[in-house]
Design a protein around this ligand. Structure first.
Ligand code: HEM
Ligand SMILES: *[C@@H]1O[C@H](CO)[C@@H](O)[C@H](O)[C@H]1NC(C)=O
Ligand SMILES: *[C@@H]1O[C@H](CO)[C@@H](O)[C@H](O)[C@H]1NC(C)=O
Ligand SMILES: *[C@@H]1O[C@H](CO)[C@@H](O)[C@H](O)[C@H]1NC(C)=O
Ligand SMILES: CC(=O)N[C@H]1CO[C@H](CO)[C@@H](O)[C@@H]1O
Length: 325
């Protein structure tokens, strides 16, 4: 007996530790999660997203970014959708220039889902499906989204400082992604989300004027591209609030042009450009610039990983995505 314990006790303890650590934070997501309870849910969401994107071509980029921000703060739990209350400033009202828009699209889908299958589909799953849909409808890959996320009850403006800033260098980006269990490959791949959309000048203007003691302009920027950005983003008082730059040269098409721009010194953020300034990440960006199908395959794999970040069995299915039940 004593012999048995001495052999098995440590193993049992180890197993128990491993199982309990993984069961604290992990819920098993499943492509068939709503197959019995709401089989038409994906169709309802996809139709809503497609219609909204026809009326407003900014919707796809905003929804893709929404998914990233949601998953990076408190895990993929729709914390980004909660409105502020008199006693709580919510994530979506966090520090300026991180705000995501087009929440109405998720609200529309949720309203239709509550009619079709009341109190069944979580807001976090709606974001995940909508993010897949905007990629596909923009010409990117299609994939099966895993479902079964629960909606969180906490959303704090102060949490947005945990989002990676566009000024981060590659080491800091790797660290930020590693905190969410995402690797170097996921960093380079998911940054390819910047194949869609637009940035305001404030997110990259530090590269354009008075960059450092030695350089007025960030030397990693292509010269002509830098001049173009300086024209679009003159120093503050003379600038249109909405001024900015598309993130690649085909900003409404999901393709591998983003990586080609990086290799040409035309990444908009320091964070983007840093990916081709370091041996750990450059080879991956080069491979994606050469082979769009490879980028698409890896993007699907990394989106599945992103969609698993911090997913928990705890939480609820909100009745309305802007308020806790
Ligand atoms: C790697 C770290 C990342 C940083 C530092 C970063 C930073 C930013 C910034 C500063 C903007 C512009 C905001 C503005 O001025 O309007 C932006 C836009 C955007 N980001 Fe990221 N991002 C990162 C990763 C991602 C990821 C992983 C995705 C999705 C997979 C993503 C998707 C987008 C999209 C689609 C836009 C355009 C939004 C629009 O057009 O409204 N980003 N990002
Ligand atoms: C399509 O989108 C427009 C603009 O958001 C909206 O007014 C309309 O109700 C939508 N139609 C459907 C069928 O969802
Ligand atoms: C990235 O930035 C950090 C903090 O400023 C710095 O310590 C580090 O040396 C930088 N790493 C690289 C690769 O530039
Ligand atoms: C440029 O930066 C230096 C050092 O940070 C500062 O002293 C100077 O005032 C800045 N110039 C302008 C035009 O902002
Ligand atoms: C686009 C945008 O919201 N820009 C704002 C970023 O934050 C600064 C400082 O708070 C504002 O002045 C900009 O208008």
């Amino acid at each position: 007996m004593a012999f048995k314990i001495s052999i098995f006790f440590p193993i049992t303890l180890l197993l128990f530790t491993v199982l309990s650590v993984s069961s604290i934070s992990k819920a098993e997501l499943d492509a068939q999660y709503y197959a019995q309870t709401c089989p038409q849910m994906e169709k309802i969401i996809s139709e809503t997203v497609l219609n909204a994107s026809k009326y407003d071509p900014k919707v796809p980029a905003r929804i893709l970014r929404m998914f990233f921000h949601d998953c990076f703060i408190r895990g993929c739990d729709a914390s980004i959708l909660l409105d502020s209350t008199p006693t709580n400033k919510a994530e979506k009202d966090g520090p300026p220039n991180v705000s995501v828009r087009s929440f109405y699209v998720i609200d529309d889908a949720k309203a239709k889902l509550e009619q079709a299958c009341p109190h069944t589909v979580s807001c976090a799953d709606i974001i995940a499906i909508a993010a897949r849909d905007v990629v596909t409808l923009s010409g990117g890959p299609n994939w099966d989204v895993l479902k079964g996320r629960k909606d969180g009850r906490v959303s704090k403006a102060s949490d947005t400082i945990n989002l990676p800033a566009p000024t981060l260098n590659v080491s800091q980006l790797i660290q930020s992604f590693a905190k969410r269990g995402l690797g170097v490959k996921d960093l380079v791949t998911l940054s390819g989300g910047h194949t869609l959309g637009f940035s305001h000048c404030s997110s990259f203007e530090a590269r354009l004027h008075n960059f450092s003691l030695l350089h007025e302009i960030d030397p990693s920027l292509d010269t002509e591209f830098a001049q173009d950005l300086r024209k679009k983003c003159p120093p503050k008082p003379n600038r249109d609030q909405n001024a900015g730059q598309f993130l690649d040269s085909t900003a409404s098409v999901f393709d591998n042009d983003y990586y080609k721009r990086l290799l040409a010194g035309q990444g908009v953020f320091s964070s983007d450009q840093s990916l081709v300034g370091d041996y750990r990440t450059k080879w991956i960006a080069e491979a994606f610039a050469k082979d769009q199908n490879l980028f698409f395959r890896e993007f699907v794999a990394s989106m599945l990983k992103l969609g698993n970040v911090g997913v928990s069995e705890k939480g609820e299915v909100r009745l309305h995505c802007r308020v806790v039940n």
